[in-house]
Design a protein around this ligand. Structure first.
Ligand code: ADP
Ligand code: MG
Length: 638
């Protein structure tokens, strides 16, 4: 419990004890025809616990009136309790317990709510715990701690066992195992060696690592994630907006109804039925009860809390959802469209052959790797790995990357063109078709066809299962879109069990394919899953864009609405399940709260409910709704 919460708890206890003590004292000293202590002493005594428990609510209500934002819960509570005290004064029954009890229970509910919100906040801040405080830099053989924000790209930093990796980089020395559970939800440590990429936010467990930073702190994974999480709650879902609007109309409406209830029936009775003026307090009391019952806190609090919890739960599993609106869309997904390379396949190609070359194999690979030195495409990384030597970027000029086709560049004065047959056709280079299964990269040197490199990619371990799980969870259609050759695309698609496949697409074709699918499927929502290389526009165009976070480009993480931290396609169905559970809880809470409220309102108006019942109903509904909302955090076994 925080200090503030403890203070409220102490106020609750003191006020409750005083209230009970006064009630007992009144029984012995205040009742009967000859009370030992008379009014207005009781009134003054009772105002002590009332003030202790209610002063902040009265203050907030008053401020609300001054700021012309009259109708909120504080106003409802203030009017109801002051009204109850006024009725008691008029009826001279000396019973002010109800007013105190209403404030008391309301505060209990508020306290409970703040503890619950704190709990889900903590869950999210466990995610936040990935924020590194410093980076170690070696200066004259000694380690110095630097602000990660001030470390320049290309600096060598040292990460000791037990420390968080502060900045993304490349390991240049050392081996270790990394704990990435806060980032990906994966609890098995990952072994890393020199040459491996390392992302910030993971914890170094065993060995000392020397890391050359490849990004600035602000661009590193850790900063990106924190930014996402911090902004998540600002994007509101339709349900949340609905509740906010609902409260704006609802609260004034019940206030006016209460006013009507206090005036119209007794007026009618006095004028037409010639009742005595004593009917007024009864109706005023009913109107006040009505006010207490109508407090919309259960909805106003539990709906955002459910989304908050859902986003937090997903975060723990390595699924970052950028806002509750996306959680809502995710729950309605019926079509899932995949990119191939880097999404369903690992995007780690192996050079499986170099054919028909006019220069030595070694030389061809060297030109290829050099020409690709600036590309972030998985193909480029594979070529560089196959080449295996340090790349001198000074040898390469005039690099031009054609999305979905390949690269043109000048290496050592030689014009190198490397890419698929689309590119060769466009550059009018006669090339030889290759019959190996795999992605064929044709290479031309100074306009002359020089041969091709065959590379092959493998599916991710979980891809097949991911498609099967999506089908099981009720997704109607799965589609794969790729820029790769037809033969490769079809073999991958049939292996994985994807319903539809389109190949040899340029990035713009992917957009039009997705637009066609959006048209076809008007009812449900469409999700596109990609790594952001050549598909950032599609990520934005789809109803919901899901990006691979670990290997995906920054553009993807920027453009996407949901980011999978460990690139595991199985997490897509998990994300959908989490969103459905969360939305189910939201609807449960809306229905439950509204049904109970309306039932109590009717009872209250008819005089069957007193203020005790009213406050029990209000706080009870709120507590149950909050407990239900917190269930959205539990997503481990979905
Ligand atoms: P996918 O849709 O499967 O992710 P891309 O659209 O990224 O594939 O790429 C489609 C094709 O374009 C690749 O299979 C390759 O033939 C060619 N290509 C794209 N980028 C490059 C590159 N940097 N070097 C060589 N070829 C490339
Ligand atoms: Mg791709």
């Amino acid at each position: 419990m925080t200090k503030k919460q403890k203070k409220v708890l102490i106020r609750i206890i003191i006020a409750a004890v005083l209230m009970v003590a006064l009630r007992i004292a009144y029984h012995f000293l205040g009742g009967g025809d000859a009370p030992i202590i008379k009014e207005p002493f009781w009134f003054i005594l009772y105002m002590i616990p009332y003030g202790i428990i209610g002063y902040d609510i009265l203050k907030k209500a008053f401020k609300g009136i001054l700021n012309r934002q009259v109708f909120d819960e504080n106003f409802l509570m203030a009017v109801a309790t002051i009204g109850a005290i006024a009725v008691a004064l008029v009826q001279k029954n000396g019973d002010y317990t109800e007013a105190i009890a209403v404030m008391l229970f309301y505060q209990v509910g508020e306290l409970f709510q703040s503890i619950a919100v704190g709990k889900s906040r903590r869950n999210i801040s466990e995610l936040m715990d990935i924020r590194p405080d410093y980076a170690n830099i070696e200066v004259d053989g000694k380690l110095e701690q630097a602000d990660p924000d001030e470390v320049e790209i290309g600096t060598t930093i040292v990460v000791q066992p037990g420390e968080k990796v502060p900045i993304d980089g490349l390991i240049i020395e050392g081996t270790s195992s990394l704990n990435t559970v806060a980032l990906t939800g994966e609890s098995v440590p990952r072994d890393v060696f020199a040459g491996d990429e390392i992302i910030s936010g993971s914890i170094n467990m065993t060995g000392v690592l020397k890391v050359r930073t490849t990004k600035a702190f602000g661009e590193s994974t850790v900063s990106k994630i924190l930014e996402l999480v911090e902004n998540a709650s600002s994007r509101k879902s339709k349900s949340e907006e609905f509740i906010a609007k609902f409260a704006r109309i609802y609260t004034p409406a019940v206030c006016y109804s209460a006013l009507a209830l206090a005036i119209l029936p007794p007026l009618f009775q006095v004028i037409f039925l010639h009742a005595s003026a004593t009917v007024w307090p009864t109706w005023i009391y009913r109107a006040l009860t009505f006010l207490v019952i109508s407090c919309p806190c259960a909805l106003v609090i539990s709906i955002p809390l459910s989304f908050f919890a859902g986003i937090g739960g997903a975060g723990k599993e390595g699924i970052l959802i950028k806002g509750s609106n996306y959680l809502e869309t995710l729950s309605k997904v019926q079509t899932v469209v995949f990119d191939k390379t880097g999404t369903l396949t690992k995007g780690v190609f192996e050079v499986s052959g170099v054919h028909h070359n006019v220069v030595e194999n070694e030389k061809l690979l060297e030109y290829a790797a050099l020409a690709e030195c600036a590309s972030s495409h998985p193909i480029s990384k594979s070529l560089q790995a196959a080449y295996g030597k340090e790349i001198d970027r000074n040898r390469v000029t005039d690099i031009e990357e054609v999305s979905g086709e390949g690269i043109l560049a000048t290496v050592d004065g030689v014009r190198v063109i490397i890419g698929n047959d689309k590119l060769m056709h466009r550059e009018q280079i006669r090339h030889i078709n290759c019959h190996s299964i795999g992605t064929i990269l044709h290479v031309a040197l100074d306009g002359q066809y020089a041969g091709h490199v065959v590379i092959s990619d493998v599916e991710k371990e979980n891809s097949e299962k991911a498609i099967a799980e999506l089908k099981k969870s009720g997704v109607k259609k799965t589609v794969m879109l790729t820029g790769d050759a037809k033969a490769v695309a079809e073999s991958v698609a049939s292996k994985l069990g994807v319903d539809e496949v389109r190949s040899e697409l340029l990035p713009s074709d992917k957009v039009s394919e997705v637009e066609r699918l959006l048209d076809e499927n008007k009812g449900g929502k469409l999700a596109f899953v990609g790594d952001g290389i050549n598909d950032a526009p599609v990520l934005t165009r789809a109803d919901i864009g899901i990006a691979m976070g670990a290997m995906g480009s920054d553009a993807a993480i920027e453009a996407a609405d949901v980011v999978l931290m460990d690139d595991d396609p199985l997490k897509i169905s998990k994300a959908i399940k989490i969103s459905r559970k969360c939305l189910r809880i939201v609807y449960e809470n809306i229905t439950f709260a509204l049904v109970i409220k309306f039932a109590c309102l009717i009872l209250g108006a008819l005089g069957f409910a007193n203020m005790w019942l009213a406050i029990f109903a209000d706080v009870g509904v709120m507590v149950i709704a909050i407990l239900n909302a917190i269930r959205a955090l539990r997503v481990k076994n979905l």
